[in-house]
Design a protein around this ligand. Structure first.
Ligand SMILES: CC(C)(COP(=O)(O)OP(=O)(O)OC[C@H]1O[C@@H](n2cnc3c(N)ncnc32)[C@H](O)[C@@H]1OP(=O)(O)O)[C@@H](O)C(=O)NCCC(=O)NCCS
Length: 185
């Protein structure tokens, strides 16, 4: 193991701006507001979304199913948890007829800011507007909770995510570094 520093952008969005642009929910998908019965489904969506991604190096818990469940428990039990900004996306599999969790976003209030946590869409469901839709729901939730600004952190090499955030109107505010123990380094 060796300590590696990951370069990340802090990106910010003024919630006084117009509502975030969001595509319509595509057929077959549904969005569910947070409830504690959905905690495991959020964890599963998070695991599928992050298991093969860069951020699983930065935050090793994201690369493990039990780590994602632990993280969901930790986030939802914090004093600043914002359930209104926490959404699950499910896809009704036409073969099984069962709803599968395919996307998640969670919100926290940190020092008066809405802090977006772990937006993730299962790789098989990307490029359909679901990430944009979840961000827009989180923004509405932060607004409903009385917050005026939201921010997030994204690894600078995560170009798909940075592009999405900039297209939606987030601005890069500063660069921060996150230290992580990475196997093989
Ligand atoms: C970042 C992430 C959440 C984006 O999710 P997504 O559902 O693919 O996002 P969207 O579909 O809203 O946008 C992605 C692209 O699809 C395009 N798109 C959106 N709706 C579309 C549609 N109906 N048809 C075709 N393309 C569409 C968007 O314009 C966007 O294009 P771009 O790549 O040129 O920016 C996803 O890639 C992911 O989970 N990554 C791994 C986890 C991660 O790194 N999360 C971010 C942590 S900070």
């Amino acid at each position: 193991m060796g300590l590696t520093y990951f370069k990340r952008f802090r990106m910010e969005f003024d919630l006084a701006n117009a509502a975030l642009p969001a595509p319509l929910v595509p057929p077959g998908y549904e969005l569910l507001p947070y409830s504690s019965e959905l905690l495991r489904q959020h964890a599963n969506a998070k695991f599928q979304s992050f298991r093969s991604e860069l951020d699983a190096n930065v935050f090793p818990c994201l690369g493990r199913r039990d780590g994602c469940l632990r993280l969901m428990r930790e986030i939802t039990s914090r004093a600043g948890f914002v359930p209104e900004a926490t959404w699950l996306c499910r896809f009704r599999n036409p073969e099984s007829g069962r709803p599968e969790p395919v996307g998640t976003i969670q919100g926290l209030e940190v020092e008066g800011w809405g802090a977006v946590q772990n937006l993730g869409i299962d790789p098989a469901h990307r490029g359909r507007g679901l990430g944009s839709i979840l961000l827009s729901r989180a923004a509405d939730g932060f607004r409903a909770a009385g917050l005026r600004r939201m921010h997030l952190e994204v690894t600078t090499d995560n170009s798909a995510a940075v592009r999405l955030y900039e297209r939606i109107g987030f601005r890069k505010a500063k660069v921060v570094y996150k230290a992580a123990d990475v196997a093989g380094v």
